[in-house]
Design a protein around this ligand. Sequence first.
Ligand code: ADP
Length: 485
Amino acid sequence: SLQDLRATGLLRDANLVAGDWIEADPETGIAVHNPADGSLIGYVPKLGRAEVAKAVKAAEEAQKTWAARTAKDRANVLRAWFDLMIAHREALAQILTLEQGKPLAEAAGEITYGASFVEWFAEEARRVYGETIPGHQPDKRILVMKQPIGVVAAITPWNFPNAMITRKAGPAFAAGCGMVLKPASQTPYSAIALAILAERAGLPKGLFSVITGSAAQIGAELTENPVVRKLTFTGSTEIGAMLYAQSAPTIKKLGLELGGNAPFIVFDDADLDAAVEGALIAKFRNNGQTCVCANRIYVQDAVYDAFSEKLAKAVSNLRTGNGMESGVELGPLIDESALEKVQSHVTDVVEKGGRVLAGGKPHALGGTFYEPTVLADVTSDMAVAREETFGPVAPLFRFTEEAEAIQAANDTEFGLASYFYAQDVARIFRVSEGLEYGMVGVNTGLISTAEAPFGGVKMSGLGREGSRHGIEDFLELKYVCLGGI
Ligand code: ADP
């Protein structure tokens, strides 16, 4: 229950600003609701520019001392943070499900996944190697140092309320940076819980602030403040582009993880059962609300009917409900407007001649629940071909030639994740090389992991998160020329 969760000390109606906790005032705070039943969870503070400026200043001071500590010392603090996240996995998962709606088992999976970035970057902290370069004159030596970029601003979305934070905070703190975070207003409690555990782990006072409030006001200060040297954002392409523009006058570095429109291609040499399993994961994980969710499923002629039949059957068996109930596989959508978008995409397909093979309407549970849906005979003139549905709808397009599938898959301004199923090795190389995407899943529907570089091309963003590359975005190169030797 809510009472039990509050007793853990991890569900707290407060922000951590410049090392001090600011409690929410229900009169002026932001109400946070459970998307499964609309019930009130609590209020979080509605803070603005002044608190952000204060947090940036505190992070600037704390960062200097933090960066001066040894990498191993920083790694130990991060390791303690990781251990606390794992030790409190159950409570963190419950908080996440309460505010976000995903099934509890999936939320627990997100906590493990989120914690893995803290663990990975704790390890990477000690491997930030510089260079020595042969000099260009006999009396000169060239050194390259890597130093933390300084204060980082982070703005994160509601679909992964834990992992989208750790994927940024892990490398930032490992590199020796400070961070001011603005989480999504729909899911602030997971972010606040992370701040509580960071404090317990011994992260220095002021190094990490978590601020909720008006996105526009907080965003304005984070982008205009010259002390902030990097902005890392995960969210919509629209807001990402706006923040990019807002950051131009102060020449900040940008890390952007934006929208996707992932193709999922099933070729005629694919293992169809494996492809169905992969499609279920790539499409229906988090109820279709991830930026790497399959948005367009292209199936080759010869296997189209067999694949659609198998997928429709598997999807009809998925259980939708309150994520707190055991056995539930799909939760609610995040809000009313998400439900409207999903319904409008389905209606558009049906009006233009597509067929509903499974689902196709709001769920009998009401609220923002929607039936897991499979649509056949979908064509490129329909809205689902161009826009991210962000819901449990699998639209099946038909194709004949391999080249046609690659061309259709690339026919979008986005370039985040892509997937395909095939057995032929030559085809696997041709298609992997032909897809204009930052990530390609071959014979798998699940690609995200701390070890690999996550990110997109085209309008899906800038930079990579995770892997050994993920820490580079938080470091600056300094060239030192030694003369007179
Ligand atoms: P989504 O569709 O996933 O909600 P958004 O891009 O709207 O994507 O939101 C992602 C994050 O960006 C959230 O934390 C949201 O509050 C924040 N955000 C939205 N508008 C702005 C803005 N004008 N300035 C700064 N941050 C914003």
